[in-house]
Design a protein around this ligand. Structure first.
Ligand code: GDP
Ligand code: MG
Length: 717
């Protein structure tokens, strides 16, 4: 046995060797040798002669898949055998073949176990053979990979591909097989980094060998195709020998780089065959002895291959460099996408603090309606109104205000328009549409469903306030002289404000949904878009949801508390508008009465004047029955107080429940997910939220290693 690695001692390959050590071969193909030719032309045998590695040959009809032999420098010596799934392999098949792995210690062991190994590989790939009759295919694009590792291994990749064939055999090969094999071979020889060894047996006519035209097609300048003639020992006729010789001498220019002639091991396991030197003794004889010695035998071929590999490598460098560069770019991008590492407590904290910072800066801008500061707000804002939070809240508050004005009272007041303003209607329609468009996480959040309502409909007030007041008065009057008791006003006010709790709950519900949806979107934006980011988003959300719900409840509670204060306490106000209103409505009554009794005075005065007799005027107040008078008074007081109380109430609900408890107060739900919150997490909580899946850690390590390798490789080149 000759030793194997000797092919690569050339200095020019030192760089490739270094790349190899940097594992670059893992990322992109480096220069490689591939033997192509017809079935049984001696490809496998040739590669064995050149590399000393026993290729499977002669045992079966032919090679059924590509075999790639690579060398890798490693402190330990071993040979590892794996299968690379073909490009179109199904997930199932991929799993199966990738599950195969076998290791041997030496070439000798490999040789001894080869038949057995191949049998297992065939079963794994599903190749049909005598020993594996259940196999379902004759050829496969799966690649058998044999990696020879050791401290002295030089760079070299050698590929043995199935032989191409033209005629199909019934029950064995199909035209589909034929095309598949041809494609497989083409894929290898297409690569400008591949040195093509066109293997031709001496005992056939080279004119019939398809491989030469195929090689020419992909290696137009012929600078990486070597012709190798095998089986010279099988040529018996003198004229045939002469014809082979003229080929080797370059007298028939069919290949740029010319032909080499080698004698491989024959199929008969002849004792003579065992030794290369003995086999090559034949070249000492006529007519072979007349051939130039640098074209004869394995040693000469190896030397030529070595030079050629050097040249091809030089040529391949720019392309390799470009590929390394773009690969490095991709790797760096992938690394950025993975985000910062999050293994240690500190890294996890930094990671979350970063997200919380982004979250809070969006919150700040949202509360200030500073929508140009962050692209968060420009993303489909029409479809997602909750992004522009404060605007939505203001709209909702307008809805509340006008719904309150128009529908909050149980009875219409006297003279109150039963039709709300057109502007209000339009405004409210838009707000309700906005709220309806919120994706609302209510369905996915049962806690929220217990706090809020989602029915926005409101009942119109009833008519007949005068009758109702009268009825009330009749039922509850005491011994009062010409007036009514304060309890009376309390009672009618409570009745008149019966819808306040429902309206307020609707208002708070809209605001809570808006805030909640905003938080969800904002969190998503702060975390990022990748799958890993989405995991983080969900974990943070899970981490804050309980406290969020508590804060929503607090806001709702505050609002309901305010309702209760207004409705359950004795009506009271210091607001001078109350008196103003009462007096104004009295004035209106007097004016109404007076205008009914007025007449027009002319007196040569250019301006018309309405005049009322003083006696008539006094009747404006005295003309009523006591009950009538009190009824009117109750109505005046109720209306005046209702106006003052509802304005006060609306303001306070907004200021306290919505603004303070939901938006800008220090304990609002928007302020929850903050740096403070992150810093308060203990180690276990931190790890649960920010810790990364092991596969991401591995992925990052691999990418980092790859990026380092690539950077180093670029430096080498
Ligand atoms: P492949 O199908 O192209 O890989 O061809 P193989 O390498 O399997 O060789 C086919 C047969 O030819 C095997 O039995 C080999 O031993 C035999 N063979 C290959 N090269 C030579 C040679 O130079 N001389 C002789 N006598 N037999 C050879
Ligand atoms: Mg073969």
């Amino acid at each position: 046995m000759h030793d194997s690695g000797a092919l690569m001692s050339n200095d020019r390959l030192f760089k490739i060797d270094q790349l190899r050590e940097r594992n670059i071969g893992k990322y992109l193909p480096l220069p490689q040798l591939v033997a192509v030719g017809d079935q049984s032309s001696g490809k496998s045998s040739l590669l064995e002669s050149v590399t000393g590695i026993p290729f499977p040959h002669g045992q079966e009809l032919c090679t059924r898949y590509a075999t790639q032999i690579t060398h890798r420098r490693d402190t330990n010596s071993f040979i590892s055998i794996t299968i690379i799934p073909g490009p179109q392999a199904s997930a199932d098949h991929k799993n199966r073949v990738e599950g195969y792995h076998y290791e041997v210690e030496s070439t000798a062991q490999l040789q001894a176990e080869f038949p057995d190994i191949l049998n297992k590989v065939n079963i794994c790939m599903g190749i049909r053979t005598d020993k594996n009759p259940d196999g379902d295919k004759t050829f496969t694009t799966d690649v058998l990979k044999i990696e020879k590792c050791g401290p002295d291994e030089d760079y070299l990749t050698v590929i043995d591909v199935p032989g191409i064939f033209r005629t199909t055999t019934d029950g064995v090969t199909t035209t589909k097989d034929r095309d598949m094999v041809k494609n497989m071979v083409t894929r290898y020889i297409k690569d400008s980094r591949t040195i093509i060894l066109a293997v031709l047996p001496c005992n056939v006519d080279i004119a019939t060998q398809e491989i030469l035209s195929l090689a020419e097609e992909y290696d137009k300048t012929g600078q990486r195709t070597l012709g190798v003639l095998t089986k010279p020992d099988l040529v018996k006729e003198r004229s045939a020998k002469a014809s082979v010789c003229s080929l080797v001498m370059g007298e028939r220019k069919t290949l740029n780089l010319g032909y080499y002639i080698v004698r491989n091991r024959g199929g008969d396991d002849d004792e003579n065959d065992a030794d290369l030197e003995e086999r090559e003794d034949m070249f000492q004889q006529e007519p072979w002895s007349r051939l130039p010695q640098d074209r004869v035998g394995v040693k000469a071929l190896r030397e030529r291959l070595q030079d050629l590999l050097g040249e091809i490598t030089d040529l391949a460098f720019p392309k390799i460099r470009a590929e390394l560069r773009s690969m490095l770019l991709e790797t760096d991008e992938a690394l950025v996408k993975l985000g910062p590492p999050r293994q240690t407590e500190r890294q996890q904290q930094q990671y979350l603090v970063g997200i919380a910072g982004k979250f809070q800066s969006i919150v700040r801008a949202a509360l200030d309606a500073d929508y140009s500061s962050n692209k968060f707000f420009s993303e489909d804002s029409a479809e997602r109104p909750e992004r522009r939070l404060i605007t939505l809240i203001v709209n909702i508050t307008h809805w509340f205000n006008s719904a309150f004005r128009n529908t909050s009272q149980t009875f219409y007041f006297k003279g109150q328009s039963e039709k709300p303003q057109d502007d209000d209607i339009k405004d409210n329609q838009n707000t309700l549409e906005d709220v309806g468009r919120l994706p609302s996480y209510v369905s996915g959040c049962p806690h929220l469903a217990n706090i809020i309502v989602t029915n926005w409909s409101t009942d119109d007030p009833k008519t007949g306030i005068v009758a109702w007041i009268e009825e009330n008065y009749r039922r509850s009057r005491g011994v009062e002289l010409g007036t009514f008791s304060p309890a009376m006003l309390s009672g009618v006010f409570r009745e008149q404000s019966r819808k306040w709790p429902t309206l307020t709950q609707q208002y708070l519900s809209m605001a809570i949904i808006a805030v909640h949806d905003f938080i969800a979107l904002c969190l998503q934006a702060a975390c990022g878009e990748t799958d890993a980011d989405k995991i983080t988003t969900n974990r943070i959300f899970d981490g804050v949801i309980n406290e969020l719900v508590i804060r929503y409840e607090r806001a709702m509670g505050q609002a309901m508390h305010l309702v209760e204060l207004e409705r359950e306490r004795k009506p009271y106000t210091l607001n001078h508008y109350f008196n103003d209103n009462v007096q104004k409505s009295r004035g209106i009554q007097v004016k109404n009465y007076a205008s009914r009794h007025a007449f027009t005075e002319m007196h040569g005065n250019p301006n018309y004047r309405q005049v009322v007799a003083i006696n008539d005027l006094s009747k404006a107040i005295t003309d009523k029955s006591n009950a009538e008078h009190i009824r009117d008074e109750i109505h005046e007081n109720l209306q005046a107080y209702y106006q003052v109380a509802s304005k006060r109430f609306i303001d306070y609900v907004y200021l306290q429940a919505v603004d303070h408890h939901l938006l800008s107060g220090p304990d609002s739900p928007l302020r929850l997910f903050s740096e403070r919150w992150v810093l308060d997490l203990n180690a276990a909580q931190l790890a649960a939220i920010a810790g990364e899946n092991r596969h991401i850690t591995t992925q990052r390590q691999n990418l980092k290693m790859k990026a380092d390798d690539l950077r180093e490789a670029l430096k080498i080149l």
